[in-house]
Ligand binder design. Structure first.
Ligand code: SF4
Ligand code: SF4
Ligand code: SF4
Length: 574
C-alpha cells in the first residue's frame, strides 16, 4: 500500500492507483475532462495537472502513479495557472452557447469552468472547429463546434463497440473528431447505439430531440396519443430527474405521462412477454425441426444493425422476432384500434425507451405491418425527463397511478429484459415449463446475471442439454460471432444486447458509469421480485391477446405482425 502526501494530507493508496484516485479517497477533487472512470487513461486534455515534488514539469493526475513517498500539490498557483490557460485554449475553440445547448446544466466543461472559478476574459481569438452540425442520423446529433477532442467517443465507439465510426482528423489547432471523409453519420456503419453520447462530456454528441413532434400530437384534438414505456424507463427516469440511481418510479411515471396529456399509458413489459411467447416458440421449433442454431436474440436494434453490417453471412441465426417496441406498435394499430373502436389514423403511437437505436428501428421498412408506421415517435428517457421538467411537474412529489388496460399488465420476466441476461432468463422461465410440463421452482437463473462480458450456462430441458451464452456490448458480441463464423460455436441460444449492461446502459438513459449501473441492475431484479406474475406465459393479458386475436404463437397473424427479416448493411463498412 503506497503512502503519499497530497496537499499536506497523508493518504494510503491501492497499488495501481493514480494521483487522481488517491486524491479522491481523501475528498480532493481534481478537475478532469478526457478522463472517464470506465475508460482507459488518455491524459490528453491536461486539465488535471498537479505539482509533484522532484518533477520538473506539471504532471497529469489521471495517469501519474500514486507511488510511495510522493509529495503532491493539487492546488498550487502554478497548477491553477496552467489549468486556467488550458481551459482558455479549450474555450477559444468552443461554441459557447450554453443557454441553448442540449447538455446545458449537465455539461462537464461547465462544471470545470465553475471549479476553476473562471470568470475572466478569454485571451485567445475564437476559432470554431468542424464543419457544421450533422442531423443526418435519426438517433444522434453531432456538433463539432462543441467538441473538446477528449476522444472519449472514439474509445466508446472503437474499443467498447468495435464499430470504429469516429476518429481524429487534422492536426494542431484544427484537430477534431469526425467520421471517415466527413460522411454524414447516416452514411456510415454507425449502429445508433448512443454509447458515444454517453461518453461525451459536452454537447458535441447528443441524442436527437423529438419532443416537439410529441407535443404537437398531444395538442392535436384529432389524435389519440398512446405511449408504451420500456422496462428500463421506470428504473432510470427518476435518476434523470435528480433522484439516486436505482430509484424505481413506475407509478409516478404513469402519473407524469397522464399529466403531460398522453391519452393512454401502457407497459412495454407486456410486449416483452409477447416477445418471449414468440421467441421461445421459435427456439423450440428450431431445436425440434433442425432449424438454424444457435438462435440469437433480435430485440436490441443496435445489435441487429451491427449484425447486418459486420456479420451479414450469419443473419439466418437471428430470431425473426421483432423487438418488444415493434411488436407493441403492431398490435396497437390492429387489435387495440379495433378493440377501442378508433380509426387507425387517429392513433399516434409513442415509445419511451432507454435506447437511441429504437429511433432508427421504427423507420425500418418492415416496421409498418399495420399498414402504417407501427410506432410514430420514439422518445428517450432523457427526452421524457425534459418534457416533465418543462411542464413544471415536481416528479418526486407526484402520486402513483397504474398503467392502462389492456396492455398495462407485464410480468417480472418482461421487466428483466432491461438487464443483460434478462431476455435469456425470461425465455428459459417459459421454455422450461412448456417443454417439461412442470412448474419451474427456482426461476432465477443467476448464471446469466451480472456484468461479465460473456456469460454461459447449460440448461437441462427434460433430458436435452441446451447450451446458452449471453453477451453485452458489441466487442463481446464479436467474440461470440467470430466463434460462430469459424464453426466453433457450441451454443443453442445466444442473447446479445448492443449496450454494455443491456438496456439499463442504453444511450438514451441519463449519463452512466459502472457504479450507477450496479444500482440500476439491483433495481431491475428488485422490481421482478415485487411482481405477482414472473413468467411471460402466465400473463393473463397475453393469454387474452392470443385467444381473441393472434390465436397461436408462430401462427399466420403473428407471422405477419410480429416477425421480420434482415438485410445486409455490409456496404456501409467498406
Ligand atoms: S457543451 Fe457545455 S460549455 Fe459548451 S455550450 Fe454546451 S453546455 Fe455550454
Ligand atoms: S452511436 Fe454507437 S456506433 Fe454510432 S458513432 Fe456512436 S458509439 Fe459509434
Ligand atoms: S465529440 Fe465529445 S467525446 Fe468526442 S472528442 Fe469531442 S468532446 Fe470528446
Amino acid at each position: 500500500m503506497p503512502k503519499l502526501t497530497i496537499d499536506n494530507i497523508q493518504v494510503e493508496a491501492e497499488p495501481g492507483d493514480t494521483i487522481l484516485k488517491a486524491a479522491a479517497k481523501i475528498g480532493i477533487k481534481i478537475p478532469t475532462l478526457c478522463h472517464h472512470p470506465d475508460q482507459a487513461v488518455k491524459a490528453n486534455c491536461r486539465i488535471c495537472v498537479v505539482e509533484v515534488e522532484g518533477q520538473r514539469v506539471l504532471q497529469p493526475a489521471c495517469s501519474f502513479p500514486a507511488s510511495e513517498g510522493l509529495i503532491v500539490k493539487t492546488n498550487s498557483s502554478k497548477a491553477r495557472l496552467a489549468r486556467r490557460n488550458i481551459l482558455e485554449l479549450i474555450l477559444a475553440h468552443h461554441n459557447r452557447e450554453c443557454l441553448t445547448c442540449p447538455r446545458g446544466g449537465g455539461c462537464e466543461l461547465q462544471t470545470v469552468s465553475e471549479m476553476l472559478n473562471f470568470n475572466g476574459e478569454i485571451r485567445y481569438e475564437n476559432h470554431m472547429r468542424g464543419h457544421g452540425k450533422d442531423y443526418s442520423s435519426p438517433s444522434i446529433v453531432r456538433d463539432p463546434s462543441k467538441c473538446i477532442v477528449c476522444e472519449r467517443c472514439i474509445y466508446a465507439c472503437s474499443q467498447i463497440q468495435t464499430v470504429n465510426v469516429l476518429s481524429k482528423e487534422n492536426r494542431g489547432f484544427h484537430t477534431t473528431v469526425a467520421t471517415a471523409y466527413n460522411l454524414p453519420l447516416s452514411e456510415t456503419s454507425c449502429v445508433f447505439c448512443g454509447q458515444c453520447v454517453q461518453a461525451c462530456p459536452v454537447g458535441a454528441l447528443t441524442m436527437r430531440d423529438d419532443t416537439k413532434e410529441v407535443w404537437k400530437a398531444i395538442e392535436d384534438p384529432d389524435k389519440w396519443v398512446v405511449a408504451q414505456c420500456a422496462p428500463t424507463v421506470r428504473i432510470t427516469l427518476a435518476e434523470a430527474l435528480g433522484e439516486p440511481p436505482g430509484t424505481v418510479s413506475t407509478g409516478r411515471l404513469v402519473t407524469a405521462m397522464r399529466a403531460l396529456g398522453f391519452n393512454a399509458v401502457f407497459d412495454t413489459d407486456f410486449s416483452a412477454d409477447l416477445t418471449i411467447m414468440e421467441e421461445g416458440s421459435e427456439l423450440l421449433h428450431r431445436i425440434q425441426n433442425g432449424g438454424t442454431l444457435p438462435m440469437i436474440t433480435s430485440c436490441s436494434p443496435g445489435w441487429v444493425n451491427f449484425c447486418e453490417a459486420y456479420y451479414d453471412d450469419q443473419l439466418a441465426h437471428l430470431s425473426t422476432c421483432k423487438s418488444p417496441q415493434q411488436m407493441f406498435g403492431a398490435v396497437l394499430k390492429t387489435y387495440y384500434a379495433d378493440k377501442c373502436g378508433r380509426d387507425i389514423d387517429s392513433l399516434y403511437s409513442v415509445s419511451i425507451m432507454p435506447c437511441t437505436a429504437k429511433k432508427h428501428e421504427r423507420l425500418r421498412p418492415a416496421m409498418a405491418s399495420s399498414g402504417r408506421r407501427d410506432v410514430d415517435c420514439v422518445l428517450t428517457v432523457q427526452e421524457l425527463a425534459r418534457m416533465i421538467k418543462s411542464a413544471g411537474l415536481d416528479f418526486a412529489r407526484l402520486p402513483e397511478s397504474d398503467f392502462d388496460l389492456p396492455f398495462g399488465l407485464g410480468s417480472g420476466a418482461g421487466e428483466i429484459f432491461g438487464a443483460t441476461g434478462g431476455v435469456m432468463e425470461a425465455a428459459l422461465r417459459t421454455v422450461y415449463e412448456i417443454v417439461t410440463g412442470r412448474e419451474l421452482e427456482n426461476i432465477e437463473f443467476t448464471d446469466v446475471r451480472g456484468f461479465a462480458g460473456v456469460k454461459e450456462a447449460a440448461v437441462d430441458l427434460d433430458g436435452t442439454e441446451v447450451k446458452i451464452a449471453v453477451a453485452h456490448g458489441l466487442s463481446n458480441a464479436r467474440l461470440l460471432m467470430d466463434q460462430l463464423r469459424e464453426g466453433q460455436s457450441p451454443y443453442h441460444f445466444i442473447e446479445v444486447m448492443a449496450c454494455p449492461g443491456g438496456c439499463i446502459g442504453g444511450g438514451g438513459n441519463p449519463i452512466k458509469n459502472w457504479a450507477k449501473m450496479d444500482k440500476r441492475l439491483d433495481a431491475v431484479y428488485e422490481t421482478d421480485r415485487s411482481l405477482p406474475i414472473r413468467k411471460s406465459h402466465k400473463n393473463p393479458a397475453i393469454k387474452q391477446l392470443y385467444d381473441e386475436f393472434l390465436k397461436e404463437p408462430l401462427g399466420e397473424l403473428p407471422h405477419k405482425l410480429l416477425h421480420t427479416h434482415y438485410s445486409s448493411r455490409a456496404a456501409l463498412t467498406k
